[in-house]
Design a protein around this ligand. Structure first.
Ligand SMILES: *[C@@H]1O[C@H](CO)[C@@H](O)[C@H](O)[C@H]1NC(C)=O
Ligand SMILES: *[C@@H]1O[C@H](CO)[C@@H](O)[C@H](O)[C@H]1NC(C)=O
Ligand SMILES: *[C@@H]1O[C@H](CO)[C@@H](O)[C@H](O)[C@H]1NC(C)=O
Ligand SMILES: *[C@@H]1O[C@H](CO)[C@@H](O)[C@H](O)[C@H]1NC(C)=O
Ligand SMILES: *[C@@H]1O[C@H](CO)[C@@H](O)[C@H](O)[C@H]1NC(C)=O
Ligand SMILES: *[C@@H]1O[C@H](CO)[C@@H](O)[C@H](O)[C@H]1NC(C)=O
Length: 386
């Protein structure tokens, strides 16, 4: 008996270490534009080997959802951008989608969220008018199946919906999207869901043309004379990631909503790029990703919401070599398809403690002039290119 109890204690302790006490978690996105994608079973084995507790899929692939059954992994499924119009225009299409892609797998596959589209407002604005009705119809179908407490519905937005994210305290949504964003927030509030944010300091840094310190983008300490401070709140921003999350909290607040939390549905750093993309390299990617994990798993929130953990899904599991676009777009993966990691990486807190992050430092650009920095912030250079 004593022995069993002791084992139970150790197990609890381990579980606590992997998910962290207050529940902050690191998940991972699984994009599938990969030429030599491993089988679904192999992929799930890899996830388990790396103690990954949460995944996000961009669709609701039946093989992947079956492979994830009884894995203990929580799953966010995706309505693709192509599916939104149909679902938004027809409640019965929405109900069929829920039956086929969610209800059919529960409870053995632990689907806990549906991401409706990907950066819809900025990537397929013509679908914006039906986005909220798609979300509503999906939610109603969940209610009808009594799954609405188990599965949350939301929609990931890019930072592009916030034109001037710095200083965070004065950030606000682009009012061209005002009515839609207001309805999204109302929906999130009414259904006890959360705001999904894709936050990419990589783009904030590279599109800043050198006016942002690389260290700030990579969560590295800034010299005491170059601290980044919000002049209204006097909060110090130790990372661009924190500032992006806070800019979003303040934007939500500016619409008079409270009690809505943010989950970062994508963040990461490319480890390889074209000759004109020097910042996409393994050193930066290793630093960013490991520091991001450490940052999230320390459980604190951004300066304005210190008690709200920033649950985050890393972008992404494998390199998507079949995605169109610049070289960097194809090289965000943290694992090769043979399962070895692209750079040393600790995806769980237990490894984190002994993680060896030496040798990852790279030469930062000369520190930015604070005035230029302000100009850059005013220009809203944190946007992800579409
Ligand atoms: C599914 O995830 C939820 C949310 O974390 C958790 O409460 C529940 O126990 C999980 N269910 C299973 C069957 O693992
Ligand atoms: C707001 O969004 C509209 C529509 O996409 C765009 O034309 C405009 O430039 C944006 N405003 C700012 C300040 O970014
Ligand atoms: C938020 O509330 C304030 C104070 O009541 C009001 O002045 C403002 O117009 C409201 N903003 C929005 C977007 O509803
Ligand atoms: C957690 O991270 C935040 C932001 O970087 C930092 O301000 C805070 O001191 C950290 N807390 C601990 C306990 O390390
Ligand atoms: C896995 O694949 C990568 C990239 O092709 C290669 O560099 C690495 O050596 C492979 N690892 C193993 C263990 O085969
Ligand atoms: C960390 O890695 C570096 C370079 O690979 C190595 O020289 C160093 O001994 C390692 N430190 C620890 C504590 O493992």
């Amino acid at each position: 008996m004593m022995h069993k109890k002791w084992i139970g204690g150790v197990l609890l302790l381990l579980i606590g270490m992997f998910t962290s006490v207050l529940g902050a978690f690191i998940g991972i996105n699984i994009g599938t534009d990969v030429s030599d994608l491993p089988s679904e079973t192999d992929t799930v084995a890899l996830l388990k080997a790396h103690q990954i507790s949460h995944v996000r899929l961009y669709n609701a692939d039946t093989h992947m959802l079956k492979a994830l059954s009884n894995s203990g992994i929580e799953v966010m499924v995706g309505v693709t951008n192509e599916e939104i119009l149909g679902i938004g225009q027809s409640p019965s299409t929405a109900a069929a989608w829920i039956n086929k892609n969610v209800a059919a797998y529960l409870p053995s596959t632990n689907i806990t969220a549906i991401a409706v589209g990907s950066e819809v407002l900025t990537s397929i604005p013509h679908a914006a008018p039906v986005l909220v009705s798609a979300m509503n119809s999906l939610h109603k179908a969940l209610v009808a199946s009594n799954l609405n407490y188990q599965v949350k519905v939301s929609t990931p937005q890019s930072m592009d919906v916030i034109p001037k994210p710095f200083p965070p305290s004065t950030a606000g949504f682009n009012l061209s999207w005002g009515p839609t964003i207001y309805q999204i927030l109302q929906f999130i509030k009414n259904t006890n869901s959360y705001y999904m944010l894709n936050a990419y300091p990589y783009y904030g840094y590279t599109e800043g043309n050198g006016i942002f310190p690389l260290d700030y983008a990579l969560f590295r300490p800034l010299p005491s004379v170059k601290q980044i401070v919000d002049p209204n709140t006097l909060f110090h921003y130790t990372s661009m990631f924190d500032a992006m999350v806070d800019a979003t909290y303040y934007s939500i607040e500016a619409f008079n909503f409270s009690g809505i939390s943010i989950v970062v549905t994508e963040s990461g750093w490319p480890w390889f790029g074209g000759s004109n993309e020097p910042d996409a390299n393994t050193g930066n990617a290793q630093t960013y990703t490991n520091n991001l994990i450490r940052r999230v798993l320390n459980d604190s929130g951004p300066p304005s919401q210190p008690k709200l953990p920033i649950n985050t899904y890393i972008y992404e599991l494998f390199n998507e070599d079949e995605r169109p676009g610049p070289v960097s777009v194809k090289n965000w993966g943290v694992l090769f398809t043979n399962g070895s990691s692209v750079y040393p990486l600790s995806l769980s807190t237990s490894n984190q403690i002994t993680g060896n992050s030496s040798g990852v430092f790279c030469v930062a650009k000369a520190d930015a002039d604070p005035d230029k920095l302000q100009d850059g912030f005013k220009l809203g250079l944190w946007a992800r290119s579409s």
